[in-house]
Write a protein that binds this ligand. Structure first.
Ligand SMILES: Nc1ncnc2c1ncn2[C@@H]1O[C@H](COP(=O)(O)OP(=O)(O)OP(=O)(O)O)[C@@H](O)[C@H]1O
Length: 250
């Protein structure tokens, strides 16, 4: 069983279209979702989670149709799409108390463990946490109800290098049991080199590649110049970079 199967997802905005997006996240995989600003990563994640209404497409999560079983599926997944933009004046402890009621499999011991690991003080109010700490708190919540799948939109972008290293190690370890899976979008390709087994690469609303990390490197091996191996960043830049217009005002 795959953790995620997306087939033919389409979403049209006035100036952008997600076109026939299809990919799968195998169970036990950490899949990095990459693409330039505006390529359609967030739109894909939001469409698959029903946060925006897709024009077409099928989404199966943990082997079940998301549209038919949204409520029960949401109990088994952890989703972090940005920081907390609600209840800025609420204490973290209060927010957790409300959140945990939504999950029958809430694990308070795990929650305490992650709070400690991430150095989060429950007595602080939401607006007293930095944006990086907010993301860590959201991740702690997602990990505390034994989610079988984590879906994270740019989780490492506001984090310092040490926290990013901790988080990528954690994501790798989560998936290493072979039962849990992670899909996360990012621009920090070095984070993916540390923990991702799979890649989905989107450009202008269309999937360019989806499969294993090794397959991704092999797919773009023709771009290599010289003997040095290419990093993910080298590959993305080689695929996407356009030369600056000579007449550009600089
Ligand atoms: N609600 C909306 N209405 C109209 N256009 C939208 C809406 N949301 C997103 N878009 C457009 O869809 C395109 C894709 O945006 P999206 O946020 O999915 O990109 P992204 O790959 O996540 O980018 P980034 O890496 O910058 O976060 C952009 O051109 C954006 O302007």
């Amino acid at each position: 069983m795959n953790a995620i199967d997306i087939r033919g997802l389409c979403k049209k905005y006035p100036t952008f279209a997600l076109q026939d997006v299809s990919f799968s996240v195998p169970q036990g995989a950490v899949m990095g979702f990459i693409g330039r600003n505006g390529a359609g990563k967030s739109t894909t994640l939001k469409s698959m989670l029903g946060l925006v209404h897709p024009d077409a497409g099928e989404v199966e999560i943990l082997g079940r149709s998301f549209s038919a079983e949204e409520k029960s599926i949401k109990e088994n997944i952890g989703v972090v799409l940005g920081g907390i933009d609600f209840y800025p004046k609420k204490k973290i402890a209060v927010l957790t108390d409300v959140t945990r009621r939504f999950y029958t499999n809430w694990d308070q011991e795990k929650y305490r463990h992650y709070l400690h690991l991430f150095g989060i003080n429950e007595e602080k109010r939401v607006d007293q946490l930095s944006s990086g700490m907010q993301v860590k708190y959201m991740i702690a919540l997602a990990l505390s109800h034994n989610a079988a799948l984590l879906i994270l939109d740019e989780p490492t972008s506001g984090l310092d290098p040490v926290s990013r290293d901790e988080l990528t190690e954690l994501l790798g370890r989560i998936a290493a049991d072979g039962r849990r899976s992670v899909l996360f979008s990012t621009h920090i390709t070095s984070d993916l080199e540390k923990c991702a087994s799979h890649i989905a690469f989107i450009k202008d609303g269309q999937i360019q590649y989806t499969g294993t990390m090794d397959g991704f490197r092999a797919h773009y091996a023709y771009l290599r110049q010289g003997d040095a191996p290419m990093t993910l960043e080298d590959i993305i830049v080689a695929v996407e970079r356009r030369p600056l217009d000579e007449n550009a005002i600089v």
